[in-house]
Design a protein around this ligand. Structure first.
Ligand SMILES: C=C(O[C@@H]1C=C(C(=O)O)C=C[C@H]1O)C(=O)O
Ligand SMILES: [Mg+2]
Length: 458
């Protein structure tokens, strides 16, 4: 089947490319029986230096991209969302799309947390904002799988080599990911300095300078061999079934994670978000777990952390939507290692046309930045001893309608060769205790530690 299909696709694309009036053409075909992680694994061996993976919380939408037919990249500190949105509109005019989906292929990517902060070397290849239209996109939606191939009309022949190899290999049996290498070193990045920063933040909050700030820390692991992103992804898929799974790889450096937190979704005139803040670990037995959950729902400090997020997202949705629905009190979201206070928000009659506009307005929410936003960002810049890069920032996709879904890139790590850098933060408020906050960041790192094979699940 692949040979016949390959021939068919090649012919279609060749014919279209020759006659195209625009610089790119895309072709979409239905395609069954491909495991998305196996497809992701084929990238490097076919010569693609970029790849991404996305699965939403239900696993209903899975997007896997290989290569980059078109990229919109910005290093602007101010106006980066606007620049990316203009790039998206330009993209629609540069492509002719045929086959099953006669719409331009969607763009996938992300943003850095704070473009005003100087970037360190570990985040090389992860600019202030970057969206890509992949050369090959596998999309699973509502149980249907399609493959979209996008080629530049002037360099179609060159792209074809990689795509041809991919189509040949897609039919081979599911690839087996590399084994995870042994851990050789584990460095807490400056625990004492982080605790001191938390103490200082608490003092500023008590002095009335701000209400809440999220401070993060990093943990650097070194392994005896290369950490294979596909192997980590496969484990995350098993271990974190209700999270957004994401990976964004540039030249062998892969930012990967399993985030429970939706930033914003737009589907026509409906938009959604989830306020997530306030945390406690899971209990070992049911009784303890329920006791911890009940404690979390009654705890004043966690309630406060959560309430700042509810206030901000509620206000923002009210400013762009006709109606906003949210439950009066937070629910519990139970994940394998941690439970959170959670308030889902639905806005109807949304007046914004692009989800990127909503991403711009929402980032960072008080769940990742703080309240008030500008003060919190200043405190993070002056107290936090690390470069967040794309951690805690928006990651997701946007289509030609301006619809799309974005998560907050937490519970994540940057994989680079033999190293993995893990990140986790927590919301500091007036009643925070530095040691408990430190413990909370440990719980938040557990999912990635477990996916990396460093910690036994428990
Ligand atoms: C910042 C992180 O998580 C955020 C902070 C939370 C908290 O402090 O209770 C809870 C959920 C997230 O919004 C992280 O996981 O790194
Ligand atoms: Mg917290």
């Amino acid at each position: 089947m692949a040979i016949g299909f390959r021939h068919h696709l090649q012919q279609q694309l060749h014919r279209l490319a020759v006659n195209a009036a625009r610089p790119f053409v895309s072709w979409t075909e239905p395609w069954e029986d491909v495991d998305p992680v196996s497809f992701f694994m084929l990238g490097p061996s076919c010569g693609f230096r970029e790849r991404f993976f996305w699965s939403d919380r239900s696993g209903g939408t899975i997007l896997v991209g290989l290569g980059s037919a078109y990229a919109i990249e910005t290093e602007k500190a101010d106006g980066r969302f606007h620049e990316v949105e203009s790039g998206r509109r330009r993209w629609e005019k540069e492509i002719e799309s045929y086959g099953e989906a006669a719409a331009p292929p969607l763009l996938f990517g992300g943003f850095s947390f704070d473009p005003h902060r100087p970037r360190t070397d570990i985040w090389r290849g992860f600019p202030a904002g970057k969206l890509v239209a992949p050369a090959a996109l596998l999309a699973v939606r509502n149980g249907r799988t399609t493959l979209t191939v996008t080629v530049p009309t002037d360099r179609g022949e060159r792209e074809w080599g990689r795509i041809g190899r991919l189509l040949e290999r897609m039919d081979e049996c599911a690839a087996v990911p590399a084994r995870l290498p042994r851990l050789v070193s584990d460095k807490e990045e400056e625990k004492e300095r982080w605790l001191a920063a938390v103490r200082e933040a608490i003092a500023s909050i008590r002095a009335g300078a701000l209400d809440k700030v999220v401070l993060a820390r990093a943990r650097r692991l070194a392994f005896a061999g290369t950490v294979d992103a596909a192997a980590v992804l496969m484990r995350l898929r098993e271990q974190q079934p209700f999270a957004y799974l994401f990976a964004f790889e540039q030249d062998g450096r892969c930012f990967i994670g399993a985030s429970p937190e939706q930033l914003v979704q737009k589907e026509g005139e409906t938009c959604r978000s989830v306020c997530l803040a306030g945390s406690v670990r899971r209990g070992a037995a049911m009784e303890e777990d329920e006791r911890l959950g009940a404690w979390l729902q009654a705890d004043r400090k966690n309630g406060e952390e959560h309430e700042f997020v509810v206030q901000m997202i509620g206000r923002l949705f009210s400013s762009v939507c006709e109606t906003v629905e949210m439950p009066p009190a937070p629910q519990l979201l139970k994940l394998p290692h941690i439970q959170h206070l959670c308030t889902p928000v639905v806005g109807r009659g949304c007046r914004e046309r692009s989800v990127l506009r909503l991403v711009e307005m929402m980032h960072p929410t008080p769940a990742l930045g703080g309240t008030p936003r500008d003060r919190a960002l200043e405190v993070i810049r002056s107290l936090e001893p690390l470069d967040r890069g794309w951690y805690a920032a928006p990651i997701g996709w946007v289509d030609s309608e301006g619809d799309g879904e974005w998560a907050v890139a937490i519970r994540s790590a940057l994989l680079a060769g033999n190293e993995a850098v893990l990140f986790a933060g927590c919301g500091i408020v007036a009643d925070s205790d530095p040691n408990s906050e430190y413990e909370e960041t440990n719980v938040k790192m557990a999912p990635m530690l477990s996916a990396l094979g460093v910690m036994n699940d428990g």
